[in-house]
Design a protein around this ligand. Structure first.
Ligand SMILES: Cc1cc2nc3c(=O)[nH]c(=O)nc-3n(C[C@H](O)[C@H](O)[C@H](O)COP(=O)(O)OP(=O)(O)OC[C@H]3O[C@@H](n4cnc5c(N)ncnc54)[C@H](O)[C@@H]3O)c2cc1C
Length: 440
């Protein structure tokens, strides 16, 4: 082929990038492109750290492309408008990209695909971001039966690593570079995360500690690879292969990778769950949605130190430990009866690893309205703190104002001068049962 535009999206790397490898094999001239989708960025009303991280990741990608003789062209607008211009100006023979599986990503990709069809340009997409593409597994509503099918669908082809192109030929064109495009973008750099953390963490993380430490809030026990996976700084195949050097394929860590794919499976087979509860019987719950409660959570002054510490972690680092996410989500939906969609938005605003499919799936699950239902599971924030932050190291790290109290006082909520709990956990449970059971 003469000329191929390669459209980078959530796959910001040249190693083990299936679409890029296919483009490099099919053509001697590749034009790498990234589009800051104006609509998605406008939707982000939180701090600009996610955009900052994205910009830093793109700079790293551009550097690596240049080492191969190429360069990244960047745009800021609606992707279909940009592709209309690129097709008219550059006359490519094809557009290659890795497939989008999220709701918004798929909608955008379809528009570009349609445009290519109209203009007679070949459009090819590849499964890169999931180990097993969702259409390969028949619909399952429960994780355990999905996991069995997923594991048996994992062939050596699914986990094979794509070759890194040795060189990429890209013409010097009068198109905007990364630095031209970011002039229009506010973007703060998040000092907790650098794009090069991804490969280092992948190499250095001790997967063997996962089972033992993954629930502990006060330890660095989980992989922290979610941010890398979200932006495609490493591939899920690289993560999987690294993990199974140390762990069996049905280990807890691999099960977590499968949870990520389970939510994409649900999204594929039950697409209405973008806004609607998976469980029909739990649609239309009578949420309280009190503004003052929502504000107290977002401002980390619920009076429950573990919940407040988790929100501080989220806002400071753009990341939150999984156990803390579970506790916050349970507190918000169960103790305060706030609609899970509000929680989903709160996390969307701050999480660096924000993934609309995974976040929606987890919020629905935490609110007991989603797929793979458990009996109405409720986390007691005090008991959770005792179990998973036994010395209050996590709480004191994010709430230094509580350093003067003993850990016993913190767990017992004997904290003169600190915020009063905005809700009494026990009475909240009675209220919760009435609301949920009236819908069961
Ligand atoms: C309410 C709520 C919202 C969440 N929102 C997101 C989100 O927007 N983006 C996101 O990536 N994760 C989300 N998670 C899942 C999970 O909390 C994070 O993936 C995890 O904390 C990331 O840390 P880690 O990389 O150290 O995970 P590890 O424990 O090391 O797990 C390894 C990988 O497995 C995947 N994984 C782990 N747990 C889950 C899970 N419950 N669901 C799906 N994938 C999982 C992630 O890709 C993770 O990087 C959410 C969980 C909850 C309870």
């Amino acid at each position: 082929m003469a000329r191929i535009i390669f459209w980078f999206k959530r796959d910001l790397r040249i190693e083990d990038n299936r679409g890029l490898q296919a483009a490099a094999a099919a053509s001697s001239e590749i034009i790498p492109v990234f589009v800051f989708d104006r609509r998605l960025l406008l939707d982000l009303d939180g701090p600009e750290t996610r955009t900052g991280f994205l910009v830093a990741s793109l700079a790293e990608l551009d550097r690596k492309l240049r080492e191969k003789g190429s360069r990244l062209y960047c745009f800021y607008h609606d992707p279909e408008k940009i592709f209309e211009r690129l097709i008219a100006e550059l006359h490519p023979e094809a557009v290659y990209t890795n497939r989008s599986y999220s709701w918004s990503g798929e909608r955008t990709q379809k528009k570009v695909e349609r445009l290519c069809q109209q203009k007679g340009v070949d459009f090819r997409d590849f499964n890169d971001s999931l180990l097993v593409p969702p259409e390969k597994i028949e619909a399952r509503k429960v994780y355990t039966s999905f996991f069995r099918l997923w594991l048996s669908a994992l062939s050596s082809e699914e986990v094979s690593i794509a070759m890194t192109p040795e060189s990429l030929k890209t013409p010097l064109l009068k198109l905007p570079s990364l630095s031209d495009s970011i002039k229009e973008l506010p973007h703060k750099i998040n000092r907790y995360w650098e794009p090069d953390y991804a490969l280092k963490r992948l190499k250095e993380y001790d997967f063997k500690r996962y089972d033992r430490d993954r629930h502990r809030l006060d330890l660095d026990g989980t992989s922290r690879l979610s941010v890398a996976l979200r932006f495609g700084l490493v591939s899920v195949r690289q993560v999987f292969r690294q993990a199974i050097k140390k762990l069996p394929t049905d280990s807890q860590f691999v099960k977590e990778l499968a949870w990520r794919e389970f939510w994409y499976h649900i999204r594929h087979h039950f697409p209405l769950t973008e806004n609607l509860e998976f469980q029909e019987k739990r649609r239309g719950l009578r949420w309280l949605n009190r503004d003052e409660d929502i504000r107290a959570v977002e401002e980390a002054r619920t009076g429950y130190p573990l919940v407040d510490a988790a929100i501080r972690q989220l806002k400071q680092e753009g990341w939150m430990h999984n156990r803390a996410r579970l506790i916050v989500a349970s507190f918000l939906t169960k103790d305060l009866l706030i609609d899970w969609r509000t929680g989903e938005k709160l996390f969307r605003k701050y999480l660096l690893d924000y993934d609309e499919v995974v976040n929606t799936g987890n919020w629905q699950w935490s609110a007991s309205v989603g797929a793979d239902p458990r009996p109405l599971r409720i986390f007691n924030p005090q008991l959770q703190a005792e179990k998973y932050d036994p010395q209050c190291r996590y709480i004191k790290k994010y709430l230094p104002e509580l350093k003067k109290f003993s850990c016993r006082q913190i767990h017992a909520l004997e904290l003169p001068g600190y915020h009063q709990p905005i809700v009494d956990h026990r009475s909240a449970l009675i209220r919760l049962r009435q609301v949920y059971l009236s819908k069961a």
